[in-house]
Design a binder for this molecule. Structure first.
Ligand code: PHE
Length: 460
């Protein structure tokens, strides 16, 4: 019986497998699509500075905690919280943190897959030469015509969900680890070549200055909030993705070093995406405050004006597809692992049923760009009036559900688990005291502040 359990719970081939998978989860649309436009809208360097502070004070301690809980329990997030709370004599209600994570993962993946679908569509467009000599208005029209066509959106969304299913169904080692092992290094190489391209042909120092010079006057209260939500989203924290990946990690590996590497890669990729995008945006005299359309409206136009723009445009959107896929699979994995380990489902069937649920929510999300664009489900709440289903899914998950999950994880690791167990699991040496201080006091307090402020925003 015990032996069967051990066999069922797979493991990475080693620490590297975990690093690539977790970095693959962290590096995604959040880095390449969200981060640059958020920085563009919130005063560049000032936003980057607050974001980096959030990564250090909240992201690092919570990522250590999430990996540690998963590794210690060697179980999926739902079962991990259940079994650990019963072993610790804590309330079984802690299982709710695991369940909430599963729900959050579904909601994120449903809109994530729609955006990833845009990237698939754009990689295709770039490869078919659609960007050549594209005018600025034509580029906007092209994006709007994609958004207004539900069948096209559905086709690309379905393709992306199918790819996620394909990988997760094959299992931890031969599915997830196999994919991230070649996709992630290739992704880094693609990004590097795009930065070189931008440095060569674009206004590199102007772009870099924009990203690094803090303009504190542009930093508003809501940009601080966005920076906090982005820290959770970009590191995949608060919903169990990192926890389930941690559960496939052998007790021999040192969590501190692995986590440091993952956060380093994620941060460097976000900054590099900015360094690839802003110099070329400035090169043709555009302004970077283009919002969520920055990547899909501005860049195709820019690529259309640049030498070898078709090729580099294709590489750029391929990069986004890789980044999205290696994150999408981590959004599906916690619930799949639960059904496989605790309900004895076959992996392929579990991932298919879960993927189908996500696919259906995704349809509501893609319809909110066309047929349902005037449907404001929560319009009776004043601050949410005018928000489409897509906006709601994005806002609810990043600003409320992920921070709530992170809060649960921080309190569980800092206050419920004993110092002896966490010290032994983390093996951080002299830095352990600092981690424990951050996870008990600093991260939870800051997270509560984010939550309260976002509720404040709901009221105003
Ligand atoms: N970290 C991913 C990104 O930046 C998104 C994500 C969030 C993935 C939560 C898994 C869990 O795009």
């Amino acid at each position: 019986m015990a032996r069967e359990k051990i066999l069922k719970h797979e493991q990475w081939s080693g620490g590297r497998g975990f690093i690539w998978a977790a970095a693959g989860s962290a590096v995604g649309l959040g880095n390449i699509w969200k981060f640059p436009y958020m920085a563009g809208e919130n005063g560049g360097g000032a936003f980057v500075l607050v974001y980096l502070l959030c990564i250090v004070l909240i992201g690092v301690p919570i990522m250590l905690a999430e990996t540690m809980i998963g590794r210690h329990a060697q179980k999926n997030p739902i079962s991990a919280f259940r079994s650990m709370s019963s072993a610790l004599g804590a309330s079984p209600a802690w299982g709710a943190v695991g369940w909430m994570g599963v729900l959050t993962g579904f909601l994120i993946l449903s809109f994530y897959s729609v955006v990833a679908g845009w990237a698939l569509a754009y990689a295709w467009k770039a490869a078919s030469g659609d960007f050549v000599n594209l005018g600025a208005t034509q580029a906007s029209e092209q994006f709007n015509s994609l958004l207004s066509n539900p069948w096209q959106l559905l086709a690309w969304h379905s393709l992306f969900m199918f790819l996620c299913w394909l990988v997760v169904a094959r299992g931890v080692r031969s599915g997830i680890e196999w994919v991230v092992r070649w996709m992630m290094p290739l992704l880094l190489l693609l990004l590097l070549s795009l930065v070189v391209y931008a440095a060569w042909l674009g206004e590199f120092s102007k772009g870099l200055g924009f990203l690094l010079n803090p303009q504190f006057s542009d930093l508003t209260r809501s940009s601080v909030l966005m920076a906090l939500g982005q820290a959770f989203f970009t590191l995949s924290l608060g919903m169990g993705a990192i926890m389930v990946y941690g559960s496939y990690l052998s007790p021999r590996e040192s969590i501190g070093g692995l986590t440091g590497a993952i956060i380093g890669v994620d941060t460097v990729v976000a900054l590099m995406a900015g360094m690839a995008i802003f110099p070329i945006v400035f090169a043709i005299g555009l302004e970077p405050q283009a919002g969520p359309g920055l990547v899909f409206q501005t860049l195709p136009y820019v690529f259309g004006q640049m030498p070898a723009g078709g090729l580099f445009g294709f590489l750029f959107f391929l990069l986004i597809v890789f980044a999205a896929l290696t994150s999408g699979i981590s959004l599906l994995e916690p619930a799949t692992a639960y059904l496989v380990e605790s309900r004895a489902w076959r992996r392929g069937k579990a991932a298919a049923v879960l993927g189908l649920v996500v696919w259906l929510i995704g349809i509501a999300c893609l319809l909110s760009f066309n047929y349902w664009s005037d449907l404001y489900l929560l319009g009776f709440i004043q601050a949410l009036d005018g928000k489409s289903i897509f906006d709601l899914l994005d806002g609810l998950t990043s600003n409320i559900l992920l921070p709530l999950g992170g809060l649960g994880i921080a309190i569980f690791a800092g206050w419920k688990m004993s110092a002896a167990v966490t010290a032994d699991e983390l093996r951080l040496g002299a830095a352990y005291g600092l981690w424990r201080f951050l996870i008990r006091y600093v991260s939870p307090v800051l997270v509560v502040l984010v939550l309260l402020s976002s509720l404040g925003i709901l009221r105003t």
